[in-house]
Design a protein around this ligand. Sequence first.
Ligand code: PEP
Ligand code: MG
Length: 320
Amino acid sequence: HQERLKRHATQPAATRDGHPVAILANLSLAEEASGAFALGAEGVGLFRTEMLFLERAVPPSEDEQFELYRAVLQAAGDRPITLRLLDSGGDKPLPYLRLPLESNPFLGQRAVRWYAQHSDIIRTQIRAALRASAQGGHLRMMVPMVSEASELAWVRQLLEEEARQLQVPAPPLGAMIEVPAAALSLGALAQHADFFCVGSNDLVQYLFAADRNLPAVARPEFAWHPVTLRLLDGIVRAARAAQRPVSICGEMAARPELLPLLVGLGFDALSVAPSAILDLKHAVGTLEASACEDLAMQALACARAQDVEALFRPSSARQP
Ligand code: PEP
Ligand code: MG
């Protein structure tokens, strides 16, 4: 463990044949940052900002947010921090938004869908982040729950307005790809997005119409189901065509058995819980990129999830 730590803490992850695959951290607290970097995180691929907004009667002030974002950016030094704009709704309702009760919150006014209605909240968040980034660090921002280009264009305009007012440069803006409609329209989204990040938890949930928190319907094999792989392959190809980098976060990015598939599909970066970073960086170094590509091609040609599983877990091939 100590030896791995030494080797991977400072080196960027790459396959044996030299193909880089950045391993980034998913964080929700500033205090987690230095630990993640000590474990070798090459940046933060997903900084979930909800924590600060939950369980309170009014939203956090601009200054309170500024302090948090500045702390993360400072801890990161030159490493990129991808700050996700507020992703509330779904299973994370905020009382002060005063949204009507919904019978299907995951299909309701989640994240970017309420931004225009409460633009003060999102404007404050953007201002706090821009002010923090003016103090140093490498900030990127991304928008959750995007389903069409107009939503992203709206955020882009707000971001540019605020950057102009504060006289700071606007950071790169990305779209989370976690709604199938977005996954099928990357070309249009690329007009307003500098990068893409697949939110695999939600993408799989919406693809199979299966609540991600309900084990009775959310089956583990959805992660490697040929339908999921085909959608991921289309996302990576469209991102390539638009010359936009694409990463993947969500639980499946941290599953070691899926790593060769994700590398083979061509993701530029994987963002995972800090506890998974060291093993994942080590595992990337054992892979051969061309073999991963062959495996992904074979997986894409499969008809059933169990056929894909037999490729990466040969012992499962005995199952009927
Ligand atoms: C996801 O949907 O995969 C994701 C990373 O975002 P969250 O889990 O916070 O919805
Ligand atoms: Mg999500």
